[in-house]
Design a protein around this ligand. Sequence first.
Ligand SMILES: NC(=O)c1ccc[n+]([C@@H]2O[C@H](COP(=O)([O-])OP(=O)(O)OC[C@H]3O[C@@H](n4cnc5c(N)ncnc54)[C@H](OP(=O)(O)O)[C@@H]3O)[C@@H](O)[C@H]2O)c1
Length: 311
Amino acid sequence: MRVFITGGTGAIGSYAVPALIAEGHEVTAMARSQDKAEVLRRQGATPVGVSLFDSAELAAQFANHDAVINLASSLPPPARFMLRSAWSECERIRTRGSATVVDAALHAGIGRLVQESVVMIYRDGGDRVLDEDCPVEHYPIAAGNHAAEASAARMVDSGAAAVVLRFGLFYGPGAAHSEQIMRWARRHVAFQAGRQQGYMSSIHLADAARAVVAALECPSGVYNIVDDHPVTREQHAQAIMAAVGCGAFVTAPGRLALLLGDRATSLTRSLRVSNARFRDGTGWKPRYPSVWEGYRSMAVTLAARGSASCQ
Ligand SMILES: NC(=O)c1ccc[n+]([C@@H]2O[C@H](COP(=O)([O-])OP(=O)(O)OC[C@H]3O[C@@H](n4cnc5c(N)ncnc54)[C@H](OP(=O)(O)O)[C@@H]3O)[C@@H](O)[C@H]2O)c1
């Protein structure tokens, strides 16, 4: 297929572009700087400089493509994560940007859209396994995700295909927050936000990228992209400590994170999410069935780059 991708230079995009090319797709990717354009070229993609908010120019660039993959976003850095104001650019990208992508895709006659979203929009499910039919919640920082999903639905209303991928928490080399958590682990600090028996659903970037490729072939719909075995927060922290081979002397921020309410809810709510619909619909299967295997592999990769020992 001829595929146009936005966000191809981000954490998941850096895995998705090579994965698409390896499967024989022709990839055009949005590039916002010369440096990023060069990286894309080296991966075998064709970079183009175009704004996410310019519908006419986007439609011109989309022409002659079979599918558009929208992974653009601008999550705040961890230090500013708790500030509502830090989310405004991300919200603009997901709300206006995603709407502009759909306007342009419809104008250019694109047959298929793949749109990223997150599992953190499900209500806290406690121990219950959550599938795509479970209720979602409209808390403030999720507004952009809901808007992006609504834009994707417009493709289907117009007779095209649209696949929404609700990703679990990303981790792996290149996912900055998971590299930071691993650095803390080497200093004997275990990261756990919220109740230790609450569930987390994660996905290694390599498996998330393989899901993006599989989404080019699956029926329209909403799909959860998480690994096979969600773990409790306590087990998640243990998996990271085991991967780096260090003991945990301190756990942070723990239940204190609950005091932040809505602003930290994407990290603190209990999400035991099922990937059955996407697995059954596409044959996709995560290479890392749980964080136990995934963090072990990540630690090996980072160790090869020279940051291995406990401090
Ligand atoms: N991190 C997680 O755990 C997680 C979990 C589930 C879902 N997701 C979602 O999955 C998506 C991809 O995440 P990621 O971790 O790959 O994000 P990322 O590393 O921050 O990458 C963001 C991408 O969007 C591009 N971008 C930023 N501002 C833009 C703008 N104004 N116009 C066009 N493109 C722009 C960036 O381009 P440059 O490279 O030029 O900056 C980059 O390619 C995000 O929407 C994220 O919220 C993330």
